[in-house]
Design a protein around this ligand. Structure first.
Ligand code: UDP
Ligand code: MG
Length: 325
């Protein structure tokens, strides 16, 4: 049996402090996998320098000259974690049978790489690394994350809770992922859409040893917001519902205003202003919602997401056989 070529993809942004350690640990893991005959000797690591301003690229270059398992790509500027990861995935798909994406900061336990590869060899196409405890995260981060998964779930967006971007993908799953041409990448929301056989492996997430997080609160919030708005038009529909509710309330408010007028409690002009205020408010919200519905449709169309991925295709196989006969 031919052993699979594995590429471990590591996006790096200003990671000079930890990178040497990361390279050593990943090299050790890869050598062990080769020795165990779980992956091919052509397997490698691909470090994607996301426009770092420190010595990250130097480190990658020097290491790649000394260590034949290390390769590097330097992006022309900082494009963000998801886009840097995509650059690595696109580069690796040509020559790798499977890829594993992992952060540069060693927060994700590298020892589960072996389990991921074993699952791949068992026939899984996608293996998610899932943190089973989040003790190292702050109370705030844990709870905001929980709230985020709840909101996404309510909006009908499939996400793997406590999974970030530590995962294995087979070549064919990767090929399907690369058919998604959208520009606002939220990979952890896109990958469950691909299908094929998917599974999880659990690990404990460690604290960042060196360097600082590149995801401050502001970036985290915008990432969460991007996740919601890239996968759901529910917020638009919410506006439409709000419009109908406002219109209903306007009947009550109108009744109340008329009652006050008959009881003589009002200044002249108040009743008509009250009634028109509510009715116009409701109609406007409905109008915005309806326009939004169409924009939502356009939004879905322009993404041009693939509609299906084929798992087994006996039809074309048979045709090819017949042609060969
Ligand atoms: N990263 C990147 N480009 C960026 C920001 C981050 O390539 O603009 C990389 C970073 O080097 C790391 C990974 O993305 O390998 C995750 O970032 P980080 O560990 O800072 O995020 P956190 O674990 O704090 O969420
Ligand atoms: Mg990190």
């Amino acid at each position: 049996m031919k052993l699979p070529v594995l590429t471990i993809i590591v996006p790096c942004y200003n990671e000079e402090e930890i990178l040497p350690k990361t390279m050593d640990e990943l090299t050790a893991v890869l050598l062990e996998l080769m020795e165990l005959k779980l992956v091919s000797n052509n397997s490698n690591m691909l470090f994607v320098d996301d426009g770092s301003k420190d010595h990250t690229w130097n480190l990658i270059q020097v290491e790649s000259m000394q260590n034949h398992l290390v390769r590097g790509i330097k992006l022309a500027g900082n494009v963000g974690h998801q886009n840097a990861l995509l650059a690595g995935l696109e580069a690796a798909q040509r020559q790798s049978d499977c890829v594993i994406s992992i952060d540069a900061d060693l927060q994700d336990d590298v020892s589960v790489i072996r389990t991921m590869v074993e699952k791949y060899n068992d026939g899984y196409d996608i293996v998610y690394g899932v943190r089973d405890k989040r003790q190292t995260d702050t109370f705030f981060k844990r709870n905001t994350a929980l709230a985020f998964y709840r909101v996404m779930g309510t909006l009908g967006i499939q996400l793997i809770p406590n999974h970030a971007d530590y995962r294995l993908m087979s070549k064919r799953a990767l090929k399907e992922l690369l058919k998604y041409k959208e520009r606002n990448l939220f990979l952890r929301g896109m990958i469950p859409l691909i299908g094929f056989s998917q599974t999880k492996v659990f690990y404990e997430r460690k604290e960042r040893e060196r360097g600082i997080s590149k995801y401050p609160l502001k970036k985290m919030l915008s990432f969460a917001f991007d996740g919601i708005t890239s996968f759901s038009v529910a917020p638009i529909r919410f506006v439409t519902y709000l419009g109908f509710i406002t219109l209903l309330v306007s009947i009550l408010a109108g009744g109340y205003a008329l009652l006050q007028k008959w009881l003589g409690n009002t200044q002249s002009g108040w009743t008509s202003i009250m009634i028109s205020l509510w009715i116009i408010g409701g109609l406007q919200l409905i109008g915005i919602g309806v326009v939004g519905e169409y924009i939502g449709k356009i939004f879905k169309e322009v993404k041009r997401r693939p509609i299906y991925a084929i798992d087994v295709d006996h039809y074309s196989e048979n045709l090819e056989d017949e042609e060969a006969d």
